[in-house]
Design a binder for this molecule. Structure first.
Ligand code: NAD
Length: 277
């Protein structure tokens, strides 16, 4: 009597994005074998799930690579070094990663808000970027001078090295290094943090990080200059003739597979505090 053993195939379309470290390759090989066994289909062009293996930088790269498909893809991260903020599975938990993918449902995915970065050029052109962590506008060597507007309200004239605008999930990254507050990702707001502002009898800025309500946009109107640097997560743009940059929290969302997620404050503690003695 013949019996056909059918593998439990979910047929989920997946793709693995990795960094170039040797250690990562060994983990990816093991993961690929488990994914094949689980019946997943490798599809680089139209994946449903993207597994990022590496660090937070790898996940940021994966996000920007699949930026136009964010409505249909979910991400899951495996970290190969220290605990990642977006990569919360460890290399010895590959079975759990596969299990989480098998059991996940698109409508139960974790969603994080993305920052919309809209650049207005002096000739009227507009270019839009999305940031998961932050976008920073800086000037190479001279003082950056800009009017800062909250929606249509002229708030201050900023002079200094630059301004960082971060999402809640980006608040633990560059934003934290420059004195910004750490925000829980469920707080629907974004944060503007100064980079080395000039404050003296003549020049005046708030001198403190600002949490902006999601209903508002922040516009930074720049002096005419051709040496601005704009970062969007790990990406750098040297644009000429920027008139202004508008930041808002309506850049859509990035979805993460719901399963095995470490709580936010646990991640913060594990990364920055360690054991409390
Ligand atoms: P990278 O890989 O050198 O990353 C720098 C560090 O930032 C890594 O330890 C990474 O784990 C951590 N990181 C990234 N996102 C984080 C987050 N949301 N919360 C907590 N830590 C986070 O650099 P990369 O691959 O080019 O990544 C770009 C990101 O690195 C940027 O978005 C920026 O936030 C961060 N960064 C931070 C500093 C700083 O703190 N002085 C400087 C440059 C870049």
């Amino acid at each position: 009597i013949g019996m056909i053993l059918m593998k439990n195939t979910t047929g989920k379309k997946i793709w693995i994005v990795k960094n170039t470290y040797k250690k990562t390759q060994a983990i990816v090989s093991a993961l690929e074998a488990l994914c094949l066994e689980a019946g997943f289909v490798f599809d680089e062009e139209n994946p449903e799930i993207i597994i990022s293996v590496g660090g937070d930088g790898t996940l940021l790269a994966a996000l920007h690579y699949y930026e136009t498909q964010l409505e249909t893809v979910r991400f899951i991260g495996v970290h190969t070094g220290h605990l990642g903020f977006y990569a919360d599975f460890q290399e010895h938990e590959l079975e759990q990663v596969v299990e989480a993918i098998q059991n996940e449902k698109p409508d139960e995915a974790f969603k994080y808000q993305l920052l919309k970065v809209q650049i207005h050029f002096t000739d009227g052109r507009i270019k839009t970027h999305l940031a998961l962590n932050e976008s920073v506008i800086k000037r190479a060597s001279k003082t950056l001078v800009a009017d800062v507007k909250i929606s249509d309200f002229l708030f201050e004239k900023f002079r200094g090295d630059g301004l960082s605008v971060s999402t809640p999930t980006g608040s633990t990254a560059y934003n934290k290094s420059i004195g910004g507050a750490v925000m829980h990702p469920r707080v629907h707001a974004f944060q503007v943090t100064e980079v080395a502002s000039l404050n003296n009898l003549v020049y005046r800025t708030l001198g403190a990080p600002m949490i902006i309500a999601e209903k508002d946009a922040v516009t930074i109107e720049l002096e005419n200059a051709d040496d601005y640097l704009l970062t969007v997560d790990q990406l750098e743009y040297f644009y000429d003739q920027i008139a202004s940059v508008t930041y808002s929290l309506d850049g859509g969302v990035i979805s993460f597979v719901n399963g095995g997620h470490t709580g936010f404050w646990h991640r913060v503690k594990n990364s920055f505090i360690g054991e409390v003695k």
